[in-house]
Write a protein that binds this ligand. Structure first.
Ligand code: PEP
Ligand code: MN
Length: 339
């Protein structure tokens, strides 16, 4: 059960509400975000929700019996729109692309990527400065100094940054240089990190775990929301399956279903989704048709020389072509939605 509290609720009204919940044996959790004030009631007893709905200080009440509640579409029918400023919005009809290398490598590489994005009017650049690598001997990123250099260059170009944060301890130092914090697949259920990201007022893109179910992804998002941050995007990036012909199995079903289960924007990551360069395009377009609010994909001026994930990275010519095709596919989807 989600109780939306009125903005002007008094301490006395709040206490009375807590009393009522106690009386019906409901455990209450107070959640205060940048946009709202809620009480999440958890209990078994069936009761007439109007008895609580009529209390002073209560704006609205909704019955949500799933394990995840605040991220559910059952109480918030309207899609969440994430506003990054400067007219860049994601969700609720606003579609965005994000592209760039797997890893931030050099000033020259950043410069070339910014040019690609500017030429194609893409507003968000991706790149990792802290890289989760299967082998400890692989390149693990340029760290905070790389982020600062990158930030300086993108700010001058009017481009936003999405980058992965791997540990709670990195958040503070990264905070001023990031527009969207990415939580990687390997950290999808790092609940301490999710708790901490719930306490910052920055958008989060939460990736699905390598073997994560949709329920687990939505409950992970619930950690962020219930700690106070409503600005969350969900990202389908492929899951591990028995198929070995490609890196991951991009779960197109997840995109369609997440759009129904949650009001949060859903982003498709075809690069990690299939892990093979020549198939990134069809998977990306399929993700758009399935309902994604955005696409994130890896690009590099010389993918063969990329420090990581070169095998799934598009060169700038391929990337430009894909951007045009994604725009056309998105327009087609909108047209079909009106049929
Ligand atoms: C990445 O975006 O480069 C990355 C490491 O993604 P994932 O966490 O999905 O593997
Ligand atoms: Mn990568």
């Amino acid at each position: 059960m989600i109780i939306q509290l009125a903005k002007d609720i008094t301490t006395a009204q709040h206490a009375q509400l807590e009393e009522q919940l106690k009386a019906i044996n409901y455990k209450s959790n107070h959640v205060k975000t940048q946009f709202g004030d809620y009480i999440i009631g958890v209990g078994k007893k069936d009761f007439d929700i109007r008895t609580i709905g009529i209390l002073e200080g209560v704006q609205d009440i909704h019955r949500v019996s799933d394990a995840y509640k605040l991220v559910s579409k059952k109480w918030k029918v309207q899609d969440t729109v994430i506003d990054l400023g400067d007219g860049v919005k994601i969700g609720g009809g606003h579609f965005q692309m994000m592209s760039g290398p797997c890893s931030i490598e050099s000033e020259d590489q950043i410069e070339k990527t910014i040019q690609l994005l500017k030429d194609n009017e893409v507003k968000i650049m991706r790149g990792g400065v802290y890289k989760p690598r299967s082998s400890p001997y692989s390149f693990r990123g340029l760290g905070i100094d790389g982020l600062k250099m990158w930030y300086k260059m993108t700010r001058a170009a009017g481009i936003k940054i999405i980058t992965e944060v791997m540990m709670t301890e990195q958040i503070d130092a990264m905070m001023d240089y990031v527009d969207i914090f990415q939580v990687g697949a390997r950290n999808s259920q790092n609940f301490n990190l999710l708790d901490a990201l719930g306490k910052v007022d920055k958008p989060i893109m939460l990736k699905r775990g390598i073997s994560g179910t949709l329920d687990e992804l939505l409950q992970a998002a619930e950690y962020i929301f219930s700690n106070g941050n409503e600005r969350i995007m969900l990202c389908e990036r492929g899951i591990r399956s028995y198929e070995k012909a490609y890196r991951n199995t991009f779960d197109i079903n997840a995109i369609a279903m997440l759009k129904e289960k949650s009001h949060l924007p859903v982003i498709a990551d075809p690069s990690h989704g299939i892990g093979v360069r020549r198939f990134v395009e069809p998977v990306a377009l399929a993700g758009v048709i399935a309902g994604a609010d955005g696409v994130i994909f890896e690009s590099h001026h010389v993918p063969e020389k990329a420090f990581s994930d070169g095998q799934q990275t598009l060169n700038h010519q391929e990337a430009s072509k894909l951007i045009q095709k994604i725009r056309k596919t998105h327009a087609l989807r909108e047209e079909m939605a009106r049929m």
